[in-house]
Design a protein. Structure first.
Length: 977
C-alpha cells in the first residue's frame, strides 16, 4: 500500500513539475510543456504503440495525422477511457460525418473531446492544502482527398482548443495540426492467407500554437513532427494483418521510433501489439485486442449494432515499468459497414434520348472496410412501380429482396455484380425507361444510387411525328390607343427521331366581316396579312415556339390559319396534323385619364402652443406622482414629454427640487426629498437616464398668511406642495418648449375622370382601381352599353380614408372583363392628390408666475418673434396680446392683474422689436392690435387635433390654475372672414 502511494505521488509530482516549469521563471532553457498533448488517445492506437501516422481505419488517428480524416467512414463515433498511473484517468469521445458539396462528396468532418483528470494529492504531509490538476482538448478536424487529382492522397487539418489547470493555475491556447496521407490501390500479393495488400504513408506537424503561460513565463507547446508507414494485407472474410511504424520528434526531446502490429480474423476479433523504443517510464511493450460485431453476424433486425452498422470493443494494456503498475485502456466504436453514398451521372433525370442506344453512368462507390469490395447491379424497367416495390421490399426484408430478384424479377436485371460503373444500353424502344443501380459488398450490404431524394432514374425515348401543337393568342393586358393587340404564338413539335431541316411555316390573318365593329377604318379584306417563317433545324422531341405581334386597326373577330411544311419537304408518317385554325378576337381600345394633380381636400387649420408646466403638485403628506402627470394621453403630460426629450438629448441635464408646505401638511425635509425622488424615478421610467437628473437640496417652505377665503387658501397651499424642475438657460427651449396642437376642419372634393373604351366583345364587368402606398380601392363602372364604356366613375374619398391618399402619387386604371373571360387594364397612370389649406388662427400661451407679469422662460420672446415674422408676407394676418388670470383671489383683482400683465408685456414687446429689429418694427406695429385683459373669465381651452374642445385650464387643479395665469399671443387670419 505504501509503495503504491509513493508511485502515485511520483507520477503526480512529474506532472506537476512539467506545469511548474511554465509557471516559474528559470534561467535555463525551458522545455516544451503540455504533457497531455503528447498522449495520443484510443485503446487500439495505444496498444499498437501509437503508430498511427499512416493509419487508415482508426478514428483516433486524427490526433496523430489530421489527414487520416480524409479516409474515415461516412460517419463513426468512438468513446475511450484509460485508467493511467496513480489514478490519473483519460476519457475521450470522437465523432465524424460526411460533407457533400459541389466540389466533393467525400469531405469528412470530425469533432473530438479529450479529458485528463488528476485526483487530489498532498505531497507536504498536511503542511499545505491538497492539490489537483486536469487537462482538456476540444478538436475540430477536416479532411479531404485531393479532388480532381487523386482519391488516394488526402490532406487534413485540426483546430484544437487546449486548457490546462494545476491547483489554481490555468491557461488555454488554440493549437493547429496539418498532415498528408497517401495510400496505394489494393494490389495482389498472391500469398495463400494474404491475397491482397495496401501500403500507406503519412506525415504530419502537430501542436502548432502559442506558448502556455500560467503566471509569467511561457512554456512552448510540444511541437511534433511525425511520419509513418503502414502495410495492410489479407482478405475481407479471412485473416487481416497490419504492420506499422512511426518515426517522430517532439520539441526539446530526442527522436523516437515505435512499431506496431494487428492480426485479425474476418473482422471479428484481432490481437494488437506494439513496441516503443524510447519509452522510459513504462514498459516498452504494449498489448491489446478488439472484438467486432456487425449485422452480418448478429442479424439485420437487431437493435445493436443496427442494420448496416458495426460495433467494436477495444482493450489495451501497457506492462508495468520500473516505477509504475500495469495500466488498462478501453474503447467502443460504432460505424457503418455498407457501401458509401453515390449518385447517378448520365443521363440526366427525365432526359430525352433521341437515339436507340444510351450510355448509363453512375459515380463509383467505396466500401469502408479496406479489403471489402463493391459490385454493381443495374435494374431496368418501363414500369416505375415495379422498381419502387422492389426497393420497398429491400427496406422490409433483405433476404426476400434477394430471393425475389433471383426468381420473379430476373427480367429486371440488365447487369449483375459488375465492377464497372458504366453500362451501354442498345436497341432501345420508345417510351419511358426507369433504372436503378445498387452497390453490394461481400456481406450483402446494399447502397442504392440516388439523385437528390430519388433512387429511381428516368429517361425517355420519343416516337416519330411532326405536328402543330397549338396556336395561341396571348392577348396584351393593356388597353391603349395603338394597333397592338398581343402576341400570336405557334408551337411546332418534332415528334420524330430524325432532325427536321429547312421547312416553312405560313400563318394568315383574315378578318371576319360579319363580326367587325365600326372604328372609322376601311373594311379589311380576307387574308390581308400573311406571315412566313423559315426553320432550319428542329431536333427530335424539340418544340419550336414562333411568336410574332398581332397588329390591326380593325376590331372584331379574326381567323388565323397555320400550315407547317406546305411544300411537303419533310417526309412524315402523319401529314394530317400539319394544319390548324383558330379564331381570335381583338382587345378593347381607348383611354381613362384625369389631371396630373387633383385637389381632394380643403383644410381649415387652427393651432395652439401649450406650455409645458414644469411643476408637479402633490396631495398633503404624500409623494406619489399623480396619474395626470404620467398619462400618455392628454395635453402635454409633463413626465412622458420630458422623459422623451431627455432621451433625445442625452447631453442635457435637469435639476429637481422638492418642497413641503407647513400650512397644509406635516412638512418635513424627507417628505420634500421623497417627492423629488418619485419624480426622478418616473422620468427614468419614461426614458430619461439617471445621470441626467440632479436632486437639489429639499426645502420646507416657511409658513405664510392664510388667505381669507377657504377655497383660495386650499388652492394656494396646494401649489406649495410641489417639485420644481430646473435646467440651464441653454437647455430650456429643447426641454421646456411648448407642445403644439393643430385642429383641422376638412372639406372633401371628388376626383373627375374621362373615359372612352371600345371593345369587340361585350364587357361583363368593369371597375376603376385606385392605389397608393397605404391604400387601395375599387369602384364599379357602368357596363350597360357592353361595347362602349363612356361613363366615368365619380370618385369621392371618404373622410376616414383621406389621410391615406394625400400627398403621394396615386395610380389609377380601369380593369374590365369581357364575355371571353379575358381581363384587361389601362396602363397605370399617376395623379398627385393634394390638399389646399388655410391657417385661420394660431395661439401661443405664455405661462406667468403667480402675481407677476413676466413669462416663465425667455425663449418665448424668440418664439413670438418668429411666428410674427413668418406671417409678415401675408397681409391678412394680424395679432394681439391678451392677459388672463386664475381663480385665486377676487374677480376684480384678477381682472386688474391681467390688464397690467398684458399691457406691460405689450410695451416690452414693442420696445424689444424697436431696439433689436427696427427693420420690421413698423410692419409689426401695424399688424399688432391693442392688448386686452380678461381676468379669470376665460380659462384656457382649445380645439385639439382629435377634434375635442378641451378645458385645459381647470381652476380646480393646480396645473390648470398655473396655465390660467397666462398671456396669449393670438394670430388671426382676417382674410378668412
Amino acid at each position: 500500500m505504501l509503495l503504491q502511494t509513493k508511485k502515485k505521488l511520483l507520477v503526480i509530482l512529474l506532472l506537476a513539475g512539467c506545469l511548474i516549469l511554465s509557471v516559474n521563471s528559470v534561467s535555463a532553457q525551458i522545455r516544451a510543456g503540455g504533457v497531455f498533448l503528447k498522449m495520443l488517445p484510443g485503446a487500439r492506437n495505444q496498444s499498437m504503440a501509437t503508430t498511427s501516422a499512416a493509419e487508415l481505419t482508426d478514428i483516433h488517428s486524427l490526433f496523430s495525422n489530421p489527414a487520416a480524416t480524409s479516409f474515415f467512414r461516412e460517419w463513426q463515433w468512438a468513446a475511450s477511457y484509460s485508467k493511467w498511473i496513480a489514478d490519473v484517468y483519460h476519457a475521450g469521445f470522437v465523432y465524424n460525418t460526411n460533407l457533400r458539396s459541389v466540389i466533393s462528396h467525400r469531405t469528412r468532418l470530425a469533432v473530438g473531446f479529450l479529458y485528463q483528470g488528476v485526483p487530489e494529492f498532498d505531497s507536504s504531509d498536511g503542511a499545505t492544502e491538497a492539490a489537483t490538476a486536469n487537462d482538456m482538448i476540444v478538436a475540430l478536424s477536416l479532411g479531404q482527398p485531393l479532388p480532381g487529382l487523386s482519391n488516394h492522397i488526402g490532406i487534413g487539418a485540426n483546430v484544437k482548443y487546449f486548457r490546462s489547470n494545476l491547483n489554481g493555475y490555468s491557461d488555454d491556447v488554440f493549437i493547429f495540426d496539418v498532415g498528408v496521407l497517401a495510400k496505394t490501390s489494393r494490389f495482389k500479393l498472391n500469398l495463400p492467407l494474404l491475397p491482397h495488400a495496401i501500403l500507406s504513408a503519412g506525415a504530419a506537424i502537430t501542436q502548432l500554437g502559442n506558448r502556455l503561460t500560467f503566471e509569467s513565463s511561457g512554456t512552448p507547446l510540444p511541437l511534433t513532427l511525425r511520419s509513418g508507414l503502414a502495410f495492410y494485407a489479407g482478405s475481407h472474410s479471412g485473416i487481416q494483418l497490419q504492420l506499422s511504424g512511426d518515426y517522430y520528434q517532439i520539441k526539446d526531446e530526442g527522436n523516437a521510433l515505435s512499431v506496431g502490429f494487428e492480426l485479425g480474423f474476418a473482422h471479428l476479433f484481432s490481437l494488437n501489439g506494439g513496441y516503443n523504443f524510447n519509452s522510459d517510464l513504462m514498459e516498452k511493450f504494449s498489448l491489446g485486442g478488439t472484438i467486432r460485431l456487425d449485422d452480418f453476424r448478429t442479424g439485420r433486425n437487431m437493435l445493436v449494432p443496427g442494420r448496416n452498422k458495426g460495433l467494436k470493443l477495444e482493450i489495451a494494456s501497457i506492462d508495468e515499468g520500473e516505477f509504475f503498475a500495469r495500466t488498462y485502456r478501453g474503447g467502443l466504436n460504432h460505424f457503418p459497414v455498407m457501401p458509401e453514398y453515390f449518385e447517378f451521372v448520365h443521363p440526366a433525370q427525365g432526359d430525352t434520348i433521341a437515339d436507340d442506344q444510351v450510355m448509363l453512368k453512375w459515380q463509383p462507390s467505396r466500401d469502408p472496410d479496406i479489403f471489402d469490395h463493391v459490385r454493381y447491379t443495374l435494374l431496368m424497367s418501363d414500369e416505375k412501380i415495379r422498381l419502387e416495390k422492389l426497393i420497398q421490399l429491400y427496406q422490409q426484408d433483405v433476404d426476400l429482396f434477394f430471393a425475389t430478384l433471383r426468381d420473379s424479377a430476373q427480367d429486371l436485371v440488365a447487369t449483375a455484380k459488375s465492377s464497372e460503373n458504366i453500362f451501354q444500353l442498345t436497341r432501345l424502344k420508345s417510351g419511358d425507361h426507369y433504372w436503378v443501380v445498387f452497390a453490394e459488398d461481400e456481406n450483402q450490404h446494399l447502397r442504392f444510387a440516388r439523385r437528390g431524394h430519388q433512387s429511381i432514374a428516368h429517361f425517355f425515348v420519343p416516337s416519330p411525328d411532326l405536328k402543330i401543337r397549338d396556336i395561341k393568342f396571348k392577348h396584351s393586358p393593356w388597353i391603349t390607343l395603338d394597333d397592338y393587340h398581343g402576341e400570336i404564338e405557334l408551337s411546332i413539335e418534332n415528334m420524330g427521331s430524325i432532325v427536321a431541316e429547312n421547312f416553312m411555316v405560313i400563318v394568315s390573318d383574315s378578318a371576319l366581316p360579319g363580326y367587325q365593329i365600326q372604328t372609322g377604318h376601311p373594311s379589311q379584306s380576307e387574308k390581308a396579312a400573311t406571315h412566313q417563317f423559315s426553320i432550319e433545324t428542329l431536333e427530335p422531341s424539340a418544340i419550336k415556339n414562333i411568336t410574332f405581334p398581332w397588329r390591326t386597326v380593325h376590331l372584331g373577330a379574326h381567323v388565323f390559319s397555320c400550315m407547317v411544311d406546305p411544300d411537303n419537304i419533310i417526309d412524315e408518317a402523319d401529314e394530317d396534323n400539319n394544319q390548324q385554325q383558330q379564331i381570335f378576337h381583338t382587345i378593347p381600345k381607348g383611354y381613362f385619364s384625369t389631371e396630373d394633380s387633383v385637389c381632394i381636400v380643403e383644410l381649415e387649420l387652427s393651432s395652439i402652443d401649450i406650455p409645458l408646466v414644469t411643476q408637479l403638485f402633490f396631495d398633503a403628506n404624500d409623494w406619489e406622482v399623480k396619474p395626470d402627470y404620467l398619462a400618455s394621453q392628454g395635453v402635454a403630460p409633463i413626465i412622458p414629454t420630458l422623459g422623451k426629450r431627455l432621451r433625445q438629448h442625452q447631453d442635457l441635464r435637469i435639476q429637481l427640487q422638492g418642497f413641503a408646505d407647513p400650512n397644509s401638511e406635516t412638512a418635513t425635509a424627507q417628505l420634500a426629498k421623497n417627492r423629488a425622488l418619485a419624480v426622478r424615478d418616473s422620468l427614468i421610467l419614461f426614458g430619461a437616464n439617471e445621470h441626467q437628473i440632479t436632486i437639489l437640496q429639499e426645502k420646507t417652505l416657511p409658513r405664510r398668511r392664510t388667505p381669507a377665503k377657504p377655497q383660495d387658501a386650499r388652492w394656494v397651499f396646494e401649489e406649495r406642495r410641489l417639485v420644481q424642475i430646473y435646467t440651464t438657460p441653454a437647455a430650456e427651449f429643447a426641454l421646456f418648449q411648448p407642445v403644439r396642437e393643430v385642429h383641422q376642419e376638412k372639406k372633401n372634393q371628388p376626383v373627375q375622370f374621362s373615359l372612352h373604351i371600345q371593345s369587340a366583345i361585350p364587357t361583363v364587368f368593369a371597375a376603376a382601381n385606385f392605389a397608393a402606398s397605404r391604400k387601395q380601392i375599387s369602384l364599379p363602372v357602368d357596363v350597360a352599353s357592353h361595347l362602349n364604356l363612356t361613363e366615368a366613375p365619380n370618385w369621392k374619398i371618404e373622410d376616414s380614408a383621406v389621410e391615406q391618399w394625400l400627398h403621394q402619387p396615386t395610380s389609377y386604371q380601369i380593369t374590365l372583363k369581357d364575355s371571353l373571360d379575358r381581363t384587361f387594364k389601362t396602363k397605370p397612370k399617376t395623379t398627385w392628390l393634394t390638399e389646399s389649406s388655410r391657417h385661420l388662427s394660431h395661439r401661443i400661451v405664455l405661462p406667468m408666475t403667480f402675481a407677476k407679469t413676466d413669462p416663465l422662460y425667455d425663449f418665448y420672446w424668440s418664439l413670438i418673434l418668429k411666428e410674427a415674422q413668418d406671417r409678415l408676407n401675408n397681409p391678412d394676418w394680424r395679432f394681439r396680446f391678451t392677459g388672463h388670470a386664475c381663480a385665486v383671489g377676487s374677480d376684480a383683482i384678477n381682472q386688474r392683474l391681467s390688464v397690467q400683465r398684458v399691457n406691460r408685456f405689450d410695451n416690452r414687446f414693442r420696445q424689444y422689436i424697436k431696439s433689436h429689429h427696427a427693420d420690421i418694427f413698423q410692419q409689426l406695429s401695424q399688424r399688432l392690435d391693442s392688448a386686452q385683459g380678461f381676468g379669470e373669465s376665460q380659462p384656457l381651452s382649445a380645439l385639439l387635433a382629435s377634434g375635442e374642445h378641451a378645458l385645459i385650464g381647470d381652476n380646480h387643479s393646480p396645473i390648470g390654475r398655473t396655465l390660467n395665469r397666462r398671456i396669449e399671443v393670438e394670430f388671426m387670419n382676417r382674410g378668412h372672414y
